[in-house]
Write a protein that binds this ligand. Structure first.
Ligand SMILES: Cc1ncc(C[n+]2csc(CCOP(=O)(O)OP(=O)(O)O)c2C)c(N)n1
Ligand SMILES: [Mg+2]
Length: 922
């Protein structure tokens, strides 16, 4: 049903328009409003008409056409999740290119050649050594435009931009550094041979072994974009807190289109938009391929990413087509070409790269005679060689130029490229290209010709590096560009944080014990953190990080004391404003309250813990998390933290499989110490008492700040409250090295005062389970006349490392007096068998067994946790006092030190069910 719409404005309005002044303006506005209403209705009617005659598909098609038309008119459309498949920046808005195109092209060609040659050469000399050619080949223009015009070095007043480089593009970055004179030919020859004489280059960016070059480890897909987002936010944090000069420095993050499938890659993009991080620029190299094949063969990764980023609030710049397309698009008056561009799925686009101009004419343009006419003046080869946007420096420059000027939102540049660009038959656009590392002579010649490398036919075969003379136009240009941009990149310089340590008095109260008051190690730790925050020297440098778990750990008192960081402060009155510990958000807040993201928190931890090398600022992070949701959740980020030489404390709270009661198997952590033990520069502890926590933190700050060791710390703290004893004399060294004697054997029955020199056993306890061990000591003495020495083991992994180091040294120095592992040394005179009880897996104590002077029985919490009370859990996992006592009697019986039937008697007496379920299997 339709109504008739008048084609002219109503006469009454006409008459009113004849008035004067305000009346006239009002009537004109009324007239316009009326016209608008009529126009809107007209459009609406048309839409309905189409809908009823042709259905919803036709409506969508029409609107798509109108959208193209609107974009052409530069109209801002309200629906912005996807825009037509053309460059976001039209040719009219493209700024002039400031550089010398010819020289830059030659430099880029040399870098391309060398990046390829170093991989080919490495594989010719060592088959299977690997490497990647095609990633950089597709990204060369994206990097070169950045290096020549945008990326600022450390000497720039901004302090320098931070560049996260796509890991597999590293050959191109090395090749450029070689042209810049920063890396020697020998180093490039030893690509992927870090152990070669004279040194070699690591496959991918990593600060661990190239600590003066690479700032960020990037190759584990998805971590770089996540780390870059939190890095950009942390840069703001430093400035807001007065720890860094205000800066317009940018964080650039280069990633692959395939990489965006990693949840971490896109998982934090809403944070970047919410925090309005206009200091952040993502460049996604959309070559439409990943390792095995197309990223979205049946779809369009660029359109998909545009929708995701736009939806999250990012500024999206698509760089799809090079200059060769400008004229065609200018003549695309009815939008046919633009529409066709948007119809092609990525698998088909990839095919065009490989199949050539005839195929493109037939399949792309051939669907419509009008499209065919648009390109009838062009040869097939011309059609084939029309560049994509990501290979056109002027288009890339325009995108970067817009990105660095963007205000109020982060920018993502979606640049279309060809994977293996320039490799021709050897792999350009082919599915095998990611793995291509060897080129034959013909392929090398093709590459040389395509990029005009001045090498003779004879020279080409061995894929030599090419470097122009220092006084060549190219070399001078390259040096001049970097000089004017503040020096070379990448570059990593680290400042010393020596002297930034707290007053000794910070630690004192923890050495004194709690005077019988029941206090958990979590509470003790939070108290220590609070004292560190108040310290005159280190206070401002401490960065507490929590993933929405502060109340769980009793940290809410810190909200008010230190404030929660927010770039905009607090725009609302907190609901608990009248309480002493209200939820205080403030611009100079110190706490990073990250919300429920352990991955994001760890990214902040890395940013804060690497600030001495990234920002020239000393910050020391304490990341306090639910221990179960640490290592097993975000272990790869912990590895990246280690590689990055991050300093700081990881604090796994509410730890221990049986100490965290009630929560059950998803929450109860009995293995994070096993996972922590695999990280080479991570020092981990499972402390039992507040003074142990205090000594560990003190030593950690000493080593990380005063000694500048590239280590970081992991300690678990628990929520079981018990009296904290005062620190015994002389235990400092033992606490830090992993073990010390806590309570000498109770000889005989304390209750009767009688001195019985019974059989002897050694008991090891850690964390909250140490209390069970102490109880077992009493039980053994009172009931069975067994004398047990109790040891506190703070770190099995440190004991094991020390012992392994000694063993290794002894093996390599057989003629010299052997070194003794610390564990062997301190237990040398201990009598009897050993029993170790831990809230973690048995493999931890088992890992040190061979360095003990007697046999070891390990009790631990292998298996799934349970929702239960501590008492029931410790019975279930067989780590309570009675099971420890039984293990001791069993070990003594094995040695013949007690009656053989004593263990059986004890089982009955202690109420242990020998047929109980095996917790490891249950
Ligand atoms: C977490 C992780 N998984 C797998 C890999 C192995 N891998 C290396 S490169 C690659 C494909 C990368 O494709 P894309 O991100 O599109 O980059 P391109 O090389 O195409 O630029 C894969 C799967 C990795 N490095 N990291
Ligand atoms: Mg790709």
């Amino acid at each position: 049903m339709t109504t008739e719409i008048p084609r002219t404005p109503p006469a009454a309005v006409d008459g009113a328009a004849a008035g004067n002044g305000a009346d006239e303006a009002a009537s004109r506005a009324a007239l316009e409003a009326e016209f608008d209403a009529i126009e809107t209705e007209e459009w609406r009617q048309s839409l309905h008409d189409v809908f009823y005659r042709r259905g919803p598909e036709r409506v969508a098609e029409l609107l798509g056409d109108l959208q193209i038309e609107a974009q052409r008119e530069m109209a801002q459309l309200p629906v912005t999740s996807r825009t037509p498949y053309v460059n976001t920046i039209p040719i009219e808005r493209q700024p002039p290119f400031p550089g010398n195109r010819q020289i830059e092209q030659r430099i880029k060609s040399f870098v391309r050649w060398n990046a390829m040659a170093m991989v080919v050469d490495a594989n010719n000399r060592h088959e299977g050594i690997g490497g990647h050619i095609s990633t950089y080949a597709s990204a060369a223009t994206l990097y070169e435009v950045g290096f020549n015009h945008f990326f600022r070095g450390a000497d720039d007043p901004s302090g320098g931009d931070l560049i996260y480089i796509q890991g597999h593009a590293s050959p191109g970055i090395y090749a450029r550094a070689y042209l810049e004179g920063r890396l020697s030919e020998e180093l490039l020859f030893n690509f992927r041979r870090e152990l070669a004489e004279g040194g070699g280059l690591p496959s991918y960016p990593h600060p661990w072994l190239m600590q003066h070059f690479w700032k960020f480890p990037t190759v584990s897909m998805g971590l770089a974009p996540l780390m870059a987002i939190y890095q950009a936010r942390f840069m703001r944090y430093l400035v807001d807190r007065g720890l860094k000069e205000p800066t317009d420095a940018k964080v650039w993050c280069f990633i692959g289109d395939g990489e965006t499938d990693e949840p971490e890659a896109l998982g934090a993009i809403s944070l970047a938009a919410r925090e309005r991080l206009d200091n952040l620029i993502f460049v996604i190299n959309c070559n439409l391929q990943r390792l095995d094949g197309p990223v979205r063969g049946n779809g369009q990764i660029i359109q998909e990413l545009e929708a995701v980023f736009r939806g999250a609030g990012w500024n999206v710049i698509k760089v799809l087509w090079g200059a060769e397309w400008d004229d065609l698009l200018a003549n695309d008056h009815d939008g046919l070409l633009t529409k066709r561009m948007g119809q092609i799925v990525d698998g088909e686009y990839q095919k065009y790269t490989v199949a050539g101009g005839t195929y493109i004419r037939e399949h792309f343009y051939g669907v419509d005679p009008r499209l065919l006419r648009m390109v009838e003046h062009m040869s097939d080869d011309e059609l084939w060689s029309m560049r994509l946007g990501g290979h056109d420096p002027e288009k890339v420059h325009a995108a970067y130029h817009a990105a660095i000027r963007q205000e109020g939102a982060p920018t993502v540049i979606l640049a279309r490229t060809i994977k293996g660009y320039g490799l021709g038959e050897a792999g350009e656009g082919k599915n095998i290209t990611h793995q291509q590392k060897q080129l034959n002579e013909d392929e090398l010649m093709h590459f040389r010709d395509r990029f005009g490398i001045p090498l003779s036919d004879e020279e080409v075969g061995s894929a030599p590096l090419y470097k122009p003379d220092d006084d060549s136009a190219e070399a001078r240009y390259l040096q001049q560009r970097r000089r004017s941009l503040g020096g070379f990149l990448p570059l990593r310089r680290t400042i010393s944080c020596a002297g930034i340590s707290p007053a000794e008095s910070v630690y004192d109260e923890f050495y004194e014990g709690s005077g019988g008051r029941e206090v958990s190690t979590t509470l003790a730790f939070v108290r220590l953190l609070s004292r560190l925050l108040r310290d005159d020297v280190i206070g401002d440098h401490v960065v507490p990080i929590v993933p929405d778990e502060a109340r769980t750990f009793g940290m809410e008192t810190l909200f008010r004391q230190a404030g929660i960081y927010s770039h905009v402060g607090q725009l609302y009155e907190p609901v608990d404003a009248d309480s002493l510990i209200y939820y205080k958000e403030t611009t100079d807040g110190q706490i990073l309250e990250e919300g429920i993201t352990e991955a994001g928190s760890l990214a902040s931890f890395i940013a804060a813990g690497t600030a001495p090398s990234v920002h020239g600022a000393c910050t020391l992070p304490f990341f306090i998390f639910y221990s179960m949701f640490g290592f097993q959740r975000v272990g790869d980020l912990v590895w990246a933290a280690a590689d990055s030489r991050t300093r700081g404390f990881l604090v796994g709270a509410t730890a221990g499989r049986t100490t965290l009661q009630g929560e059950g198997l998803q929450h109860q952590d009995g293995h994070s110490h096993v996972l922590a033990s695999v990280v080479p520069n991570l020092i981990s502890y499972d402390p039992a008492y507040a003074y142990e926590v205090s000594l560990i933190v003190r030593e950690g700050i000493r080593r990380m700040h005063e000694q500048q060791d590239a280590v970081f710390y992991y300690l678990t703290v628990t929520n079981e409250a018990y009296p904290q004893p005062p620190m015994p004399e002389g235990v400092e060294d033992g606490v830090l090295r992993g073990i010390y004697p806590l309570r000498a054997a109770l000889r005989g029955i304390p209750a009767s005062g009688e001195d019985v020199d019974g059989p002897r056993v050694q008991l090891f306890g850690s964390g909250a389970i140490l209390n069970e061990v102490v109880a077992a000591q009493e039980l053994l003495a009172e009931r069975y006349g067994v004398a047990a020495d109790v040891w506190s083991v703070t770190s099995y992994s440190e004991l094991r490392r020390d012992a392994q180091d000694a063993e290794r040294w002894n093996m390599l120095h057989p003629g010299e007096p052997p070194r003794r592992p610390y564990l062997s040394e301190v237990t040398a005179n201990a009598e009897g068998p050993f029993v170790a009880a831990t809230d973690y897996m048995k493999s931890l104590p088992d890992g040190v067994a061979k360095w003990l002077p007697g046999p070891l029985v390990s009790l631990g919490t292998d298996g799934f946790g349970r929702s239960e009370t501590r008492e029931a859990l410790r019975d279930f996992f067989e780590v309570d006092a009675k099971h420890i006592a039984l293990a001791a009697l069993y070990a003594l019986a094995q040695e013949g030190a007690v009656d053989a039937d004593l263990p059986e008697r004890a089982i009955a007496e202690l109420g242990i069910d020998p047929e109980k379920v095996n917790p490891r299997l249950a």
